[in-house]
Design a protein around this ligand. Structure first.
Ligand code: NAD
Ligand code: 3PG
Length: 653
């Protein structure tokens, strides 16, 4: 574990209070470690403290709470209270008339904390524990979840936990990833997650077969009254005539939603000799043909089917899609299976359709409200078979889901792009490795361009040009755009921008980013030749950065895997984008490189790269100098005082 000292010297002195104020308050940001706890209690006599406020850095000041009065300060209680907090602030309130107070704040590198809010398979937990502190806390109330979340970097849930906007707000930016250990993400407020820059990942494949098998189990059990007959026999009855079923062979099954589960249900139902049709406005016809199923319209599906099995997600478009109106279009005596989401059926309308005999039977695994009310007419209906959301609940599926989600969450916490991201672009691994240096280039160009702005109406309009020999469809620019946005916004705000919230953050700031493609001739081996970023309607602190068309313009390329700045305004330069950069406009004349280099050398600032771009010999030239260290103001001033230097700017990457 690495120890980070929060100050150059171990003690922070608080000057004596003045201005007649009762107390002075200061905040030290640090990272939890038991040594912080013990050092506070051992270095500061508890009697000297009136109060200690502990506040998680991620929490809003308003939610800061006084955990204990000083006379009860004990390092044990402090470490107990903070054992799950990898980052927090300490505010020490110094009582009146004390001359000074010393506090040591030593920070330790902490593991991230993952809150597992619903039961997860052991293999997944083991994977998580290798990388993070894992807090398994089940059946939390919404309030408890909001309280705990401020201490967590990741949250893992199944369908039983509502991850509402309040949860993201309570996390105040610390929550980096929500892992849904399953498919349906209707219990996660995706808009709120995106706005808070929180990645949402799911485990979309591991429970597909389990859900499909459960669908078939419900279909066959319903057709043969298995559940009702079982209950009857167990209650001492022997009702062979009452529980005569219906056969499946030759019957038409409409699969609504021809995705992963729908396709698997189709395969199995065909094996039972059923005629399967499917409705899915977004499914590819060739995939349906490959499984030997016909895709039909919604009305045709529901009006010709003997059995209807639901397999679409719950979205505003699918909410209550089976309702009074649509039940009226169904064949009398239709049977319905739902292992998708309860909300896709208007449950009151289903009760009416059952009572009217339009629907002969229903088999339901999912409900609008889970668990449903005990007196629900639907649940208690004699023609309804129910299970408590068991579709994904097989030993095999749960182990698979746990591993799938643990890998996705750990990857996301490591900053890797997730293949199962729900609210960020999914980029296949091979595309990602090809784009990686350009992703870095994109962010650095954004950073450089925005630091060149000095005035105007603010950064509102940015044009990005991608020059490539590849066909437009062959280049996914979402990642690049997100990173340019990050580069543009982060240096001028306190907003943390990532792939998830980049577009949202740009929109919030009224920043319009337009993208253009410049199609080049030649071999499309590399995905991109260069990226150009232009900011319109602004003035620049380095006038030479304004191109002839009037925008701040920077352009870059990747050379040997390293991003390079290759153009500033109308000047061609070539400097690798590592460390920081000094841009200097001068009258082109011999000895300039030497003069600037020796001024930097005097202060031991290492020059990594130097390049001069000029319009014509002995006229204006722009010198781009890459430096490893930040030069002092005095050194920069000396550069500015070289007679031939007309303007210069220091840019941090
Ligand atoms: N009961 C359970 O335990 C359980 C287990 C797994 C999945 N599920 C649920 O099953 C459903 C399907 O899961 P999946 O893994 O197959 O998802 P999926 O994304 O692979 O498939 C969903 C399909 O629904 C289609 N669709 C979207 N809108 C539609 C509409 N208006 N009409 C018809 N089709 C539409 C999509 O095009 C897609 O093909 C989800 O609701 C999921 O949450 C439940
Ligand atoms: O969407 C899903 O994956 C299923 O509904 C399973 O939900 P569960 O993880 O709560 O069982």
């Amino acid at each position: 574990m690495k120890t980070i000292q929060t100050t150059p010297k171990p003690f922070i002195d608080f000057p004596a209070p003045n201005h007649g104020r009762d107390h002075r308050k200061t905040t030290i940001k640090c990272i939890i470690g038991s040594c912080l706890t013990s050092t506070i209690s051992s270095t500061v006599p508890t009697a000297q403290l009136s109060t200690i406020h502990l506040r998680h850095t991620a929490m809003a000041a308003a939610s800061s709470s006084t955990l204990f009065p000083s006379n009860k300060l004990s390092s044990n209680s402090l470490s107990r209270k903070l054992s799950l907090a990898p980052a927090f602030s300490v505010a020490v309130v110094v009582p009146r008339r004390r001359r000074s107070l010393v506090v040591v704040a030593t920070a330790l590198d902490a593991k991230p904390t993952v809150l597992v809010a619903e039961k997860l398979g052991a293999a997944g937990l083991d994977l998580l524990k290798d990388f993070a502190n894992v807090d398994c806390a089940y059946n939390l109330s919404p309030e408890e979840l909001c309280t705990k979340i401020s201490l967590c970097d990741a949250l893992i849930v199944r369908s039983g936990t509502k991850v509402s906007r309040e949860v993201f707000e309570a996390s105040s930016g610390r929550l980096k990833v929500v892992g849904r250990a399953g498919v349906g993400i209707d219990n996660v407020d995706l808009a709120a997650a995106t706005e808070h820059g929180c990645l949402v990942v799911n485990a979309p494949t591991a429970n597909t077969v389990a859900a499909a098998e459960h669908g078939i189990a419900l279909l066959t059990a319903m057709a043969r009254n298995v559940a009702q007959a079982d209950a009857s026999v167990k209650s001492g009855k022997w009702q062979r005539n009452k529980y005569v079923g219906v056969s499946l062979v030759g019957k038409t099954l409409a699969v609504m939603g021809f995705g992963k589960v729908g396709s698997e249900v189709t395969r199995r139902a065909k094996g039972l000799g059923m005629h399967v049709i499917a409705h899915d406005p977004y499914a590819a016809a060739d995939r349906a043909r490959a499984i030997g199923v016909e895709l039909v319209g919604f009305d045709e599906a529901i009006s010709t089917a003997d059995f209807i099995s639901l397999h679409m997600p719950l979205t505003p478009a699918t909410s209550k899609m089976l309702n009074d109106e649509t039940f009226a279009k169904m064949k009398k005596g239709v049977r319905i299976i739902n292992v998708a989401r309860g909300g896709v059926i208007d449950e009151e309308a289903l009760v009416r359709a059952l009572d009217a005999g339009i629907v002969a039977q229903a088999a339901l695994d999912v409900f609008t409200e889970e668990p449903p009310p005990k007196d629900s007419k639907l649940i208690l209906h004699e023609n309804v078979t129910v299970t408590p959301h068991l579709g994904a609940s097989t030993m095999e599926a749960q182990e698979g889901v746990a591993i799938e989600i643990a890998e996705a969450v750990v990857g996301a916490l490591k900053g890797e792009l997730a293949a199962t991201a729900v609210n960020a672009p999914m980029v296949p691994a091979e595309v990602l490795s090809e784009l990686k240096p350009f992703v870095e280039l994109a962010e650095k160009l954004g950073r450089l361009a925005v630091q060149l702005v000095s005035g105007g109406s603010g950064v509102k309009s940015v044009k990005v040009t991608y020059a490539s020999a590849r066909a437009p469809d062959d280049l996914d620019t979402r990642l690049l755009r997100a990173m340019i946005t990050k580069g543009l916004i982060e240096p001028i705000s306190s907003v943390f921008v990532n792939l998830v919230n980049a577009d949202f953050s740009a929109k919030q700031r009224g920043l319009r980013i337009t993208e253009e493609r410049s199609i080049l001739d030649g071999s499309p081996e590399s995905p991109l030749e260069f990226i150009q970023v232009q900011i319109a309607n602004v003035e620049s602190k380095f006038a030479s950065a304004i191109s002839e068309s009037g925008e701040i313009t920077v352009e870059g390329r990747v050379k040997d895997g390293i991003p390079h700045l290759t153009k500033v305004g109308s000047f061609e330069v070539d400097v690798s984008l590592e460390g920081s950069i000094i841009l200097c406009r001068q009258v082109d004349q011999p000895g300039m490189i030497g003069k600037v280099g020796s001024i930097l050398g005097e202060e031991n600032v290492n020059v990594s790269f130097m390049s001069v771009g000029r319009v014509a010999p002995r006229k204006h030239a722009v010198m781009a100098i890459g430096v490893d260290e930040q030069p002092s103001k005095v050194t920069l001033k000396k550069i500015g005082e070289i007679p031939a230097v007309e303007e210069f700017v220091f840019l941090k990457l």
